[in-house]
Design a protein around this ligand. Structure first.
Ligand code: NAP
Ligand code: GDD
Length: 332
């Protein structure tokens, strides 16, 4: 039997890199969409997939160009397509609503249309987000909770959700949507609060910095571990029927709790180092996210394993190791 072929948009990102490794481990032929500039600066832009470059095939293309996506889908003829590429930083979506909406909405539409036209048998995954719940209408949030997005990013994901569901209903595409709550890892981008904190802790512990500026410390998130979340994506596409699933831990913690634990793991008190910065507050905040993953548990057999303390410990340990060989987490 020939190997199954998977196409991943956003393969250079946190989730894309873990997903590519997961699929290689299952003997898939893995293809990835990358921006042309990524190929010109591989040491930086391809760093998360550096260890698997000899086992995957990259295709330069643009999310802003339907013809480039159509040609790529025709060439690859994938069995499964994971559409992860997006402008994923909520804060930036306030600075540039236009490019966020353009990339995220049109990019998703073009991917769906390319699959529909060039590989209609292909199973499709759309990276939905708990940001779609925004100003939450119930707690915890599940697949039936109404959306109330609070940023251009959240709005773009609601549009992507509607587009994907409509391709499923109108054209019979096997298209599933993961409503993933925040998931973090040692590969998380430095702009997101968890990695900003753990990298900041390492910089302070090593003496390179003394202060970390943060915005809203009271926002609460349901933080899980990224490698487990990409496994849920794969499981969705193995189902006979496409559907939508919340993927979360069911636990919620504040940014303050994250900072307190991360600093204490390095033997530091966050109150000595964290400074509030009003410029880092968002014009509209998502105050509380906590997901109910019951459906993913019962239908997909998916279970979150890494809990909050373990997640923070992993991230702090990795950043301390990078900052200096003598830096280690302390026991708290
Ligand atoms: P990430 O690390 O920021 O990766 C985003 C990926 O999208 C990168 O590969 C990036 O490529 C690519 N991309 C961005 N703009 C692009 C463009 N204009 N053209 C082509 N590629 C573009 O994000 P992530 O954490 O892995 O998240 C993956 C997906 O899940 C995203 O859609 C995100 O919105 C969604 N999501 C994430 C979370 C989470 O907590 N991580 C939760 C819910 C949903 P470059 O490397 O070239 O920039
Ligand atoms: N980034 C950042 N930087 N956030 C801060 C800071 C700071 O200095 N200080 C406080 N925060 C707060 C934000 O206001 C927000 O309430 C919370 O920390 C989390 O921010 P991010 O880590 O940037 O993540 P996010 O929740 O906005 O978005 C992430 O999760 C979504 C799923 O809910 C991203 O991965 C999105 O792509 C994803 O869809």
């Amino acid at each position: 039997m020939s190997r199954r072929r998977a196409l991943i948009s956003g393969i250079t990102g946190q989730d894309g890199s873990y997903l590519a490794e997961l699929l290689l481990g299952k003997d898939y032929e893995v293809h990835g969409l990358v921006r042309r500039v990524a190929l010109e600066d591989p040491s930086h832009r391809l760093r998360r997939i550096a260890g698997i470059l000899d086992r995957i095939t990259l295709h330069a293309g643009s999310l802003e160009s339907f013809p480039s996506l159509y040609q790529m889908v025709r060439r690859v003829d994938p069995d499964e397509c994971y559409h992860l590429a997006a402008q994923s930083f909520v804060s930036y979506s306030f600075d540039d609503e236009f490019s966020t909406l353009n990339t995220n909405i049109n990019g998703t539409h073009y991917m769906l249309a390319a699959i529909h036209e060039a590989a209609p048998h292909c199973r499709f995954y759309f990276a939905g987000s708990s940001e779609m719940f925004g100003k939450v209408e119930e707690t915890p949030q599940n697949e039936r909770t109404r959306f109330h997005p609070r940023s251009a990013y959240g709005i773009s994901k609601v549009a992507g959700f509607d587009l994907t569901r409509n391709y499923r209903e109108a054209y019979g595409l096997h298209a599933s949507i993961g409503i993933l709550f925040n998931h973090e890892s040692e590969r998380r981008g430095f702009e997101f609060v968890t990695r900003k904190i753990t990298a900041g802790v390492a910089a302070i512990a090593s003496g390179a910095k003394s202060e970390l500026r943060l915005g809203n410390l009271e926002a609460r998130r349901d933080w899980g571990y990224a490698p487990e979340y990409v496994a849920a994506m794969w499981r969705m596409l193995q189902q006979d029927t496409p559907d939508d699933y919340v993927v979360s831990t069911g636990e919620s913690h504040s940014v303050r709790e994250f900072a307190e634990l991360a600093f204490s793991l390095a033997g530091l008190d966050y109150r000595d180092h964290v400074a509030g910065d009003p410029l880092l507050y968002r014009p509209a905040e998502v105050d509380l996210l906590i997901g109910d993953p019951s459906k993913a548990r019962s239908r997909l057999g998916w279970e979150p394993r890494t809990r909050f303390e373990d997640l923070v410990r992993r991230m702090v340990t990795a950043d301390l190791e990078t900052a200096g060989p003598t830096l280690k987490v302390t026991h708290v």
